[in-house]
Design a protein around this ligand. Sequence first.
Ligand SMILES: Nc1nc2c(c(=O)[nH]1)N[C@H]1C(S)=C(S)[C@@H](COP(=O)(O)OP(=O)(O)OC[C@H]3O[C@@H](n4cnc5c(=O)[nH]c(N)nc54)[C@H](O)[C@@H]3O)O[C@H]1N2
Ligand SMILES: Nc1nc2c(c(=O)[nH]1)N[C@H]1C(S)=C(S)[C@@H](COP(=O)(O)OP(=O)(O)OC[C@H]3O[C@@H](n4cnc5c(=O)[nH]c(N)nc54)[C@H](O)[C@@H]3O)O[C@H]1N2
Ligand SMILES: [Mo]
Length: 652
Amino acid sequence: MTDTDMNRGRGRGRDRDRKPKQYARLTHPLVRENGVLRRAGWEEALDRAAAGFARATEAHGPDAFGMFSCARSTNEMNYVAQKFTRVVMGTNNVDSCNRTCHAPSVAGLSAAFGSGGGTSSYQEVEDTDLIVMWGSNARFAHPIFFQHVLKGIHNGARMYAVDPRRTSTAEWADRWLGLNVGTDIPLAHAVGREIIHAGLANTAFVERATSGYAEYAAEVEPWTLAVAEQVTGVPAEAIRELAHAYATAERAQLCWTLGITEHHNATDNVRALINLSLLTGHVGRYGSGCQPLRGQNNVQGGGDMGAIPDKLPGFQDLLEPRNRAKFEASWNTVIQPRIGLNLTKMLDAIERGTLRAVYCIGENPAQSEADCEHTIARLGSLDHLVVQDIFLTKTAELADVVLPASAAWCETDGTATNSERRVQRVRKAVTAPGEARDDIAIICDLAARLGHDWKYADSEEVWNELRALSPDHFGMTYERLEELQGIQWPCPSEDRVEPPFLHGRLWEKDPERRGRAAPFGPVKHSPPVDVLDDLYPIRMTTGRRLDSYNTGVQSSGFASPLRRGEYIELSPEDAARYGVTAGEDVTISSRRGAVTAPVWIDPGLRAGLAFMTMHFPDEVDTNQLTIEATCPIAGTAEYKATAIRIDKLAVA
Ligand SMILES: Nc1nc2c(c(=O)[nH]1)N[C@H]1C(S)=C(S)[C@@H](COP(=O)(O)OP(=O)(O)OC[C@H]3O[C@@H](n4cnc5c(=O)[nH]c(N)nc54)[C@H](O)[C@@H]3O)O[C@H]1N2
Ligand SMILES: Nc1nc2c(c(=O)[nH]1)N[C@H]1C(S)=C(S)[C@@H](COP(=O)(O)OP(=O)(O)OC[C@H]3O[C@@H](n4cnc5c(=O)[nH]c(N)nc54)[C@H](O)[C@@H]3O)O[C@H]1N2
Ligand SMILES: [Mo]
């Protein structure tokens, strides 16, 4: 029976009566007066915004300022936003929602390969023999990439899906490995051990291109198929099959997303997967690679442009004095020689009272952060909050000044960078409504009020400034980007394009290369922080549906006959066990809070596993339930593992 059959008549009728919140497009600036936001002119709003930043840093020093930059906006905008933070405000406290999703991928890839980018290209997924989708529901969340996956399957590739839920992506796989939430390291280690014991490791590659193999082999040794079956819930024979398929494939793509990265030990999870590519040599050559599918349209670019606390534009290390000197000369400034705070740490610093003013561009942390009531209290305690968005979000409702921006994807010129590191042009197709203005123009007007007169005639001028400072982008003129329909980084030369994959050096027979070997990460299993017990016996994971986007700000306004609102999705076994039926409202409680939502029965869920989205926070605020346990290396929260209970509503 399909889930449509199981929920027939329960969802649609009910959903017709539910009216999702329609967000108002921002058409003019707003300022807070006597506790409420009122309409203001641009001059007044910009004066107030700039004065508040100046007050906070004059009283408490430059690190009292923090920038949340926008992963939906252009590269050029992110470049200007981080320059504003470093040059005008004098701090490295700049970050974006990369922190809530793929910061662990960047950290893990950087540790192994020295670069945080996905190692291969979309075309290679069509030209490969095996695709492993690990903790990724790409059919819903990366539909364009999934078209390449489908072509790969059409061309003969086999596919494995590793996900606690039998997702829409898993439906396309040759085999679905339904593991227990938070047991990816045991599974990956058992795959690695099996590869070693079956004599299928690529020993020549391991010897030539990697380091730390002995420690890795010792770490995986206890993870026999039988032990792993017990911990992960995946049959030993399925683990063995995956190990043999991956190790014997001529070419293999290992793709992962938030099922791996939204955990308290996320960077370790990423390392555990990368280890498998090192063990088999499935990296650094055409058709084989490690591919974290990035979330927002330009979250890759935001990081590349330096809108992160530890890197300068072009992903250049901030702690390297030569890098700082180059930017200091160009920007005529002194860059703080200390790594700034990431988004997670900025929120902590607000609570400590050391961070007093935030400039939030195109982010909605009041609804997207784990344990969001806590985040709302923190944002509410700021001396000064400026929100620059295209809609009046819940975060904007907390602001002192709200600045209306044009939407980067259709009302602005610039470039954006996708998951395969391809920089592409975006063009202004329509004019922004009302008085809404370009993100870059707004930032520059604030910079001018704070004593920095930057004049950029257009986005190309910003891009050329970046190109001159970033060797990886130097060869990408706007003209070439048009002509070649996008170019992948690295692109150091104006007359060449580089191979579509990274780390080909790992295959070079270069005696000098030893020092650049890719290290294995001998990581250990660590179960989810929010433990199951008699009071909270159900494991809930959260994620996405095809027809809605993140906190719903950009997607709840349009009508879709297919879309249903928020539900608590339960397995048929759990619905029977707790005596609840499809469509019935229940209370869902965690150690942080409680919400009410109707039940949806999903036969793709195993007993003990529940699912909710984050798409309808105005109706059901899922993040009141989630836990703030974060990865110590990357700062990402464990959105994927909450302990909950469900209760029938008391009859009045
Ligand atoms: N339609 C749509 N597309 C989107 C978005 C959207 O909101 N809507 N958001 C964009 C953004 S910001 C991002 S970051 C991406 C995210 O894209 P995905 O990461 O693909 O999306 P999710 O549904 O959050 O999580 C993926 C899967 O992880 C699984 N999972 C949960 N826990 C575990 C675990 O412990 N181990 C393993 N192996 N798997 C686990 C879940 O069951 C889920 O199917 O999507 C982007 N694309
Ligand atoms: N429970 C749970 N929570 C999660 C997750 C999960 O899987 N489960 N996933 C996490 C992940 S991966 C992410 S990325 C975050 C997302 O969290 P957020 O980034 O906070 O949420 P969004 O809804 O994507 O908010 C994007 C905002 O950008 C604005 N915007 C869009 N385009 C532009 C533009 O061009 N200029 C400006 N100035 N603004 C613009 C939109 O109007 C919107 O308000 O949520 C995280 N929260
Ligand atoms: Mo994301």
